[in-house]
Design a protein around this ligand. Structure first.
Ligand SMILES: C[C@@H]1O/C(=N\OC(=O)Nc2ccccc2)[C@@H](O)[C@H](O)[C@@H]1O
Length: 475
């Protein structure tokens, strides 16, 4: 009885908070996490070392681009079908106009390469159900549009050719399918939903069969009650998909456990290979990631994934986005920047400019991102530390120069900083002053005004003897 009561409280806490429940007890779950801790296989090591990715949200929602009959849609452009001002019939016939003549998969992939993206997540089908590949399970696909050709196939080939790993975004929500339900209220619902489940499984198998170079699936739209009830089905489907492509990477947004817990099961263990909860937000501390792999997916405006022709509010600068990238890497995560091409297949000028600025910064500083992660030194105000997981090379990525020019560095016991130099000028010799026990100032005054974040490499000696001049106060 105590067991049941405890499990009940664990479940209630988790469901209410929709966050990682405290690890109270480990109850037996059939459809909870199937692995504790990080995956250690090669494919996952590759994933964990990407650093920077690109998200692409493209579909028929790019045609209205956040407007309908002269009215401005204030929501996320890819959700315009749900807008009360948008006649569903009108939306569902937009595909008959979809003919993106400017679409150039090679051009998109080249731009992503120059930006420094190591992986790309491409929407195969968003919540509206329109398929960018010629699925044989529905007529609501690119094959029935004036464009006709397979968009996903062209993008997979183009990104593969650039050496950028491809991940496929798939929305469980599908407003176009007659069997889709957000909740199952009647027996009729349940019967219809069985067809929808089969359809969903068939499309996912079809995608992996058509595009076997896919490295993973990025699921979305899995928060509906109807889907959350499908713990056993989803678990089995995940197993089937993983069997089709060994090493396939699937995040925590795919399925719920038998108690309805998503991302983290009733025992507080993550379900999936990495945590997908960081959408338009980044963890603050290493404790926030609970020892899991994770990615942050980020929009350039506040909240537009699909193309909106009139971005309102703050549009992030490349300095802001570079800081988000470095902050993510400094906390053992990946940063995925979203692009929303327009209805003609163009990448908009604002995104092209940012991709170029980020790419220029990555050309010089990529080694502080690729293959790097968390260094357990105390975070300082001037920026972030990253460390190369293989070489142990340590980086100070500076975003906020102190007026003193003295960058504070606190090191763990038995660690002595010996040398510091600018990554861009290895011959530069930056003064390190010991100011207290395990505490130093790295003195650096830029010769010219600092316009972009810059990197100082710091070399240390790990010593046993504690030869510092400063002793801990014996209060
Ligand atoms: C990447 C984004 O993912 C979405 N939604 O994500 C979430 O709703 N995330 C979420 C849901 C519940 C809690 C916290 C985050 C989609 O609706 C959106 O159009 C876009 O494709």
């Amino acid at each position: 009885f105590i067991y049941v009561l405890t499990a009940f409280f664990a479940f209630t806490t988790a469901t209410m908070a929709q966050t990682k429940p405290e690890k109270r007890v480990s109850i037996t779950l059939k459809h909870g996490a199937h692995r504790l801790g990080k995956r250690t296989d090669k494919q996952m090591q590759t994933w964990r070392n990407y650093g920077l990715g690109q998200f692409i949200h493209w579909g028929v929602y790019a045609i209205p681009g956040g407007h309908w009959e002269g009215k401005y849609y204030p929501g996320a452009a890819e959700w315009i079908r749900s807008w009360k001002e948008m006649p569903k019939e009108a939306y569902d016939n937009l595909y008959k106009q979809f003919n993106p003549e400017k679409f150039n998969a090679r051009g998109w992939a080249k731009q992503a390469k120059e930006m420094g993206a190591k992986y790309v997540i491409i929407t195969t089908k968003h919540h509206d159900g329109f398929c960018l590949w010629p699925s044989k399970y529905t007529d609501y696909t690119i094959a029935k549009s004036p464009y006709k050709k397979d968009i996903i196939g062209q993008l997979v080939d183009a990104y593969d050719a650039e050496g950028i790993d491809v991940y496929l975004y798939f929305s469980i929500i599908d407003w176009n399918h007659p069997g889709y339900r957000s909740s199952l209220k009647t027996e009729a619902d349940r019967k219809e939903y069985e067809d929808f489940k089969t359809f969903t499984r068939n499309q996912l198998v079809e995608l992996l069969e058509r595009y076997p170079s896919t490295k993973g699936l990025w699921f979305d739209g899995s928060w509906d009650k109807a889907w959350i009830e499908q713990a056993e089905f989803a678990d089995e489907l995940g197993r089937e998909l993983r069997e089709m492509i060994p090493g396939l990477i699937i995040g925590s947004r795919f399925r719920a456990d038998e108690n309805g817990n998503r991302h983290f099961d009733t025992n507080g263990d993550m379900m999936g290979d990495y945590e997908q909860g960081w959408e338009r937000k980044i963890p603050e501390t290493i404790e926030d990631i609970h020892g899991n792999d994770w990615d942050c997916v980020m929009t350039i405006p506040e909240n537009q994934w699909g193309y909106h022709s009139d971005w309102k509010g703050h549009v992030k600068t490349s300095n802001e986005l570079i800081e988000m990238l470095v902050k993510s890497v400094s906390l053992d995560g990946n940063f995925v920047l979203n692009f929303g091409p327009d209805g003609e297949g163009n990448i908009r000028p604002e995104e092209t400019k940012l991709a170029a600025e980020i790419g220029a910064w990555m050309d010089v500083n990529k080694e502080v991102v690729y293959g790097c992660g968390y260094l357990d030194w105390k975070k300082q105000d001037w920026g972030y530390y990253t460390v190369n997981r293989e070489t142990g090379k340590k980086y100070m990525v500076v975003f906020n120069m102190p007026v003193s020019g003295a960058l504070r560095v606190k090191v763990p016991d038995n660690t002595r900083p010996d040398k510091a130099y600018l990554l861009e000028q290895p011959e530069s010799d930056i003064t390190i002053e010991e100011i207290h026990r395990n505490e130093y100032f790295v003195h650096y005054k830029p010769m010219t005004p600092v316009k972009k974040p810059f990197v100082i490499v710091i070399e240390t000696t790990e010593s046993d003897a504690d030869e510092g001049h400063y002793q801990k106060a014996k209060t």
